[in-house]
Design a protein around this ligand. Structure first.
Ligand SMILES: NC(=O)c1ccc[n+]([C@@H]2O[C@H](COP(=O)([O-])OP(=O)(O)OC[C@H]3O[C@@H](n4cnc5c(N)ncnc54)[C@H](OP(=O)(O)O)[C@@H]3O)[C@@H](O)[C@H]2O)c1
Length: 247
């Protein structure tokens, strides 16, 4: 059996991932988000608010003795309020980093610790963003979080490959990690961007144009591209990449 822990399964890309993976009866999906919109025999939902640091720290992965593959897909994310730095409350900045950077980092740490001695294909996929490479005004903590998750992934990848001589404790290796941006996708996140206040966001017209010019990819199509990549991980070009690199 294969086990996919996916954050943010209630809508958008995470829901599309889940529904497509569940078409294969050997796949089990464990969804982590606040709402549940999926009913399926191989789906289990855990209520988890990924802005709640204690709840994230307390989350326990389960041992799966019969697993062939175990994946963690850190997909949940949110832009938060779109406005320049100086206009936010401290709380919204803290919550945004917690959701977009701290939660995937803490879950990755727990995942690697839990499955260190499990014999299976063990993979972490972080859903990144072009916003982690290019500054976008009004999105500072989101851009910084996505840049952070890209670098976090690179460091974890380096740790998996490093050769440590005379290590006294067992080394946590045998995991693969990738940070892959999905491009612009027709989800609530894009609806939220288009409803931003023009005074707070110089790129508003660009994002309205992505929709009116049919430049938004559909979540099902994007999820399918990721799932195709999972079937041959050797095709993934680098730790940090974009789904557009495989078109
Ligand atoms: N759409 C795009 O154009 C685009 C572009 C680049 C990158 N991305 C990335 O793609 C990923 C998926 O985004 P999407 O476009 O599919 O967004 P979406 O449709 O808004 O879905 C976001 C998901 O994240 C979950 N989530 C949000 N806040 C949460 C919280 N506090 N606790 C737990 N779960 C939470 C939501 O579940 P609940 O509300 O039920 O908790 C929902 O399932 C994100 O990481 C995003 O940064 C998207």
């Amino acid at each position: 059996m294969n086990y996919y822990y996916i954050t943010g399964t209630s809508r958008g890309i995470g829901k599309a991932f889940s529904e497509q993976l569940l078409e294969d009866p050997s796949n089990n999906v464990i969804g982590l988000s606040r709402q549940n919109t999926i009913e399926h025999g191989n789906y289990r939902h855990f209520y988890l608010d990924l802005t709640d640091v204690k709840a994230i720290a307390d989350f326990k992965f389960e041992l799966h003795a019969n697993a062939k593959k175990i994946y963690l897909i850190n997909n949940a994310g949110d832009l938060g309020f779109i406005k320049p730095i100086g206009k936010h409350s401290a709380d919204t900045i803290i919550r945004n980093y917690t959701l977009n950077l701290i939660s995937p980092s803490v879950l990755t740490n727990s995942f690697i610790d839990c499955y260190n001695t499990t014999e299976a294909e063990k993979v972490i996929i972080n859903i990144s963003s072009g916003a982690g490479k290019n500054p976008i005004d009004g999105w500072a903590s989101y851009c910084a979080s996505k840049a952070g998750i890209d670098m976090f992934s690179r460091v974890v990848d380096a740790e998996q490959k490093i050769k440590i001589e005379h290590a006294k404790e067992s080394i946590h290796q045998g995991f693969k990690i990738f940070s892959i941006a999905p491009g612009v996708v027709n989800t609530k996140m894009q609806t939220d961007i288009r409803s931003a206040n023009k005074e707070n966001f110089s790129r508003l017209e660009d994002f309205i144009g992505y929709q009116s010019n049919n430049q938004l990819a559909e979540p099902d199509a994007v999820a399918m591209k990721y799932i195709n990549l999972f079937s041959n991980l050797n095709n993934i070009k680098d730790v940090v990449s974009s789904i557009k690199d495989y078109e």
